[in-house]
Write a protein that binds this ligand. Structure first.
Ligand SMILES: NC(=O)c1ccc[n+]([C@@H]2O[C@H](COP(=O)([O-])OP(=O)(O)OC[C@H]3O[C@@H](n4cnc5c(N)ncnc54)[C@H](OP(=O)(O)O)[C@@H]3O)[C@@H](O)[C@H]2O)c1
Length: 252
């Protein structure tokens, strides 16, 4: 149970049983929003709901790319809370590591399906269910890999670049009622990124001007800003949240 006063706003955050999505849900709950979260593993989702507060959070299990799951997630959010102000497209995948020259194209399709097409599917359904008439905001969790090439995660980077363009397309189409922005994080300490820093965190953090890797609450704070009145004149943008790592570009 939380004692924070209700904001009257409702959010749907995909892929939020742990990691960045959980950090976003936590930031929203902390300001009084009611939140629906998704994820594939039902037990993990239930644990997350209990930790966030079952009085204000519901979990809807399913795979982000599954059209029936998308419809169910939006319908159940509306049924539970009666509105749907904010959508955070966070669920994403990066299943391969290696050169583009040898990339299995079926894997490339899967990456696009989960990272880009799913985000569009959730945005369409949220638009028709609530936002078209009532307004709101969408935040897409992209990546710095969508802005500059990242060796050996090419398909992922291309999908995140597409997500950034999708953000602009939707921002244009959904204006003026709905603002659509993206967040491009660098390495955030989650299960997803573990291989990039495990056993060598100090070394990995040393290349960041701000001296540390990201944590989910860093992205939660950015998502809270992009779904608040403080960003009322911001749409179509990609907020880079990277501990300053891009400042290193050109140093050589
Ligand atoms: N961590 C980073 O350094 C970093 C940097 C830039 C961008 N990002 C982006 O941030 C997003 C979240 O990453 P994360 O680091 O927080 O990952 P994470 O710690 O692995 O968490 C991923 C969350 O999404 C759920 N999920 C995964 N695949 C899903 C699917 N197909 N359908 C529905 N739910 C799914 C997971 O639960 P289940 O496994 O139970 O489904 C979990 O709740 C991704 O889009 C990623 O590309 C991450």
């Amino acid at each position: 149970m939380t004692s924070v006063e209700l904001s009257g706003r409702v959010a749907l955050v995909t892929g939020a049983s742990r990691g960045i999505g959980y950090g976003v849900a936590e930031a929203f709950v902390a300001r009084g929003d009611r939140v629906a979260i998704t994820g594939r593993n039902e037990d993990a989702l239930k644990e997350a709901v209990d930790r966030l507060g079952a009085d204000r959070v519901v979990g809807i299990a399913g795979k982000a790319h599954d059209l029936d799951h998308q419809a169910e997630a939006v319908e159940r959010t509306m049924a539970a809370f009666g509105r749907l102000d904010f959508l955070v497209n966070n669920a994403g995948t990066n299943p391969v590591f290696g050169p583009m020259a040898d990339l299995d194209l079926n894997v490339a399709r899967k990456v696009f399906e989960t990272n880009v097409v799913s985000a569009l599917g959730f945005a369409q359904k949220t638009w028709h269910a609530w936002q078209k008439e009532n307004g709101g905001a969408i935040v897409n969790i992209a990546s710095v890999a969508g802005i500059a090439p990242s060796p050996f995660i090419g398909a992922y980077g291309v999908s995140k670049a597409a997500m950034i363009n999708l953000t602009q397309q939707l921002a244009h189409e959904f204006a003026p009622r709905v603002r659509v922005n993206a967040i491009a994080p660098a390495v955030v300490k989650t299960k997803f990124a573990q291989a990039l820093y495990e056993g060598r965190e100090e070394e990995a953090a040393a290349s960041y001007p701000l001296g540390r890797l990201g944590v989910p609450s860093d992205i939660g704070g950015a998502a809270a800003f992009l779904t608040s009145e403080q960003s009322d004149w911001v749409t179509g943008q990609t907020l880079v949240v990277d501990g300053g790592i891009f400042l290193n570009a050109g140093v050589g």
